[in-house]
Design a protein around this ligand. Structure first.
Ligand code: EPU
Length: 438
């Protein structure tokens, strides 16, 4: 296994760059299956989830070639020989369920494993399944697999309301609806930038889509899409994470520069909450400059669908709030049990009370370095942030969770002055007797 060893009391300075968006790259790759020929996607980050999804797509007979140096994925979808996504791959990554819409849209048939639970609790796919039924698919569940068939080879289209709004279900239904033999209307559709950029790619492939970025998306199906090249957008969650890191660990008043991000994709709620902490931010076209405040102000937040405060930033916000000049409350209304980071942060000194989906965080807390364990992607990065601000050394174990969604995190942080190293370790060894890291 690998872990990150983070030296505490760190000052972040200089420049950090933002990679391509993970949560947009995955649906773009799924959409390329509809193209029927070779599409090249650029701005594809070098991440474990991208590599896993390339394997999922490859299983169908589509050829995927990733070039991490160029940040491209070249997808030759001339042939789909096996419209299936097996459990062994789907269990590694829930977004593999996008194969349902992509294969239904391309072949009129799909057999995809049900994803199962995720690290922080149940994450159902009932809306995806009910939605495909509403668009005309015959869907059966058998032995852990979902088999869906479009009678006559094409979905007929239809109307479906998402309750609650769902990023994944919106994307999946748009994939299937693009080649339907009729019009589809998705009500209460997700408005997240990931969905909008993905929809723009479908449009570039010839799809007829109206209402992107609104809560009603209308897709007029056409017989087939054509291949197209497309540039992915930057990762807004990585941007938000680095903004929080700069407010937390920057030298007060000194600039930390973030290049390649797009702050307009963060949503107003995050931008407003961030300003309320006292951090100063200049939003330029090429770069975003953040200056840490002399004293971080406590700011309570509640997650919501876009443009609300992103659930993918609440764990990082919790760490920021441990250093605020008072107490604050963090509520997750999207995933009501996404708090696996709290017990690990408590090992570092966090004082927090968790009731239902709310965490009350005590400010001005002295965190101290400890051995902690990653449980999921955003929880893991919150432990790295805590390690940067703690006294002493923090060992963030099971770092493979981080590798799913942060491209070269330690390289980027090290270039901005943070002492952090990746080290192999034996999960079952007594940490007290581990050799000093080299
Ligand atoms: N939901 C249902 N039924 C469904 C689908 C969703 O009840 O069939 C509920 C969920 O339980 C949740 C809400 O709808 O309460 C919203 O979930 P959504 O479907 O929007 O989430 P997702 O598509 O599975 C994506 C991101 C997540 C991010 C959420 C919310 C990807 C690959 N994943 O998940 O990102 O937290 O949207 O913004 O795009 C991450 O990057 O760390 C991550 C987990």
């Amino acid at each position: 296994m690998e872990k990150l060893v983070v030296q505490g009391s760190q000052h972040l300075s200089g420049t950090l760059s933002i990679s391509g968006s993970k949560n947009t790259a995955l649906p773009l790759m799924a959409a390329a299956i509809l193209g029927g020929d070779v599409s090249t996607l650029s701005g594809i980050p070098n991440l474990k989830d991208v590599r896993t999804f390339a394997r999922v797509i490859g299983y169908t007979g589509v050829d995927v070639s990733l070039n991490p140096d160029l940040g491209t994925a070249t997808i030759d979808a001339s042939e789909v020989t096996n419209p299936e996504a097996p459990y062994e791959l789907v269990k590694r990554m829930r977004a593999s369920f996008y194969m349902m819409g992509a294969l239904l849209g391309r072949c009129g048939h799909a057999r995809v494993s049900l994803p199962g639970g995720c690290a922080w609790g149940p994450r159902p796919v009932n809306l995806h399944i009910d939605g495909f039924r509403a668009l005309g698919a015959e869907v059966e569940l058998d032995k852990g697999y979902v088999t869906a068939t479009a009678p006559g080879g094409r979905l007929r289209g239809g109307r479906f309301k998402l309750t609650p709004s769902s990023v994944g279900a919106t994307i999946n239904l748009m994939l299937g609806a693009s080649t339907a033999n009729g019009t589809s209307i998705i009500e209460n559709a997700a408005r997240e930038p990931d969905v909008v950029v993905f929809g723009e790619y479908l449009q570039a492939m010839g799809a007829h889509i109206d209402g992107l970025g609104t809560s009603e998306v209308v897709i007029e199906g056409i017989p087939a899409l054509h291949a197209a090249d497309f540039a992915n957008c930057p990762d807004r969650i990585e941007l938000g994470t680095f903004m929080i890191a700069a407010a937390l660990c920057g030298t007060p008043g000194e600039p930390v520069t973030l290049v390649g991000g797009d702050h307009t994709q963060l949503g107003d709620a995050f931008i407003e909450a961030f300003a309320a902490t006292g951090a100063e931010t200049e939003y330029g076209t090429d770069a975003i400059v953040v200056r840490a405040p002399a004293e971080i102000q406590p700011v309570s937040v509640e997650t919501a669908i876009y443009p609300g405060f992103p659930t993918d930033l609440q764990a990082q916000w919790t760490v920021l709030m441990t250093q605020a000049a008072g107490n604050s409350k963090i509520t997750d209304a999207v995933y009501t049990d996404r708090f696996k980071h709290i017990p690990e942060l408590r090992r570092m000194g966090l004082n927090a009370i968790v009731v239902d989906n709310e965490v009350v965080v005590e400010g001005k807390t002295r965190l101290s370095g400890a051995y902690v364990m990653s449980t999921d992607l955003r929880a893991s990065v919150s432990l790295v942030l805590a390690g940067m601000v703690a006294e002493g050394e923090t060992h963030v174990q099971r770092v493979y969770h981080l590798d799913r969604g942060y491209e070269d995190l330690e390289g980027k942080l090290a270039a901005a002055g943070v002492e952090v190293k990746r080290v192999s370790y034996d999960e079952f060894a007594d940490p007290e007797h581990e050799p000093a890291h080299a």
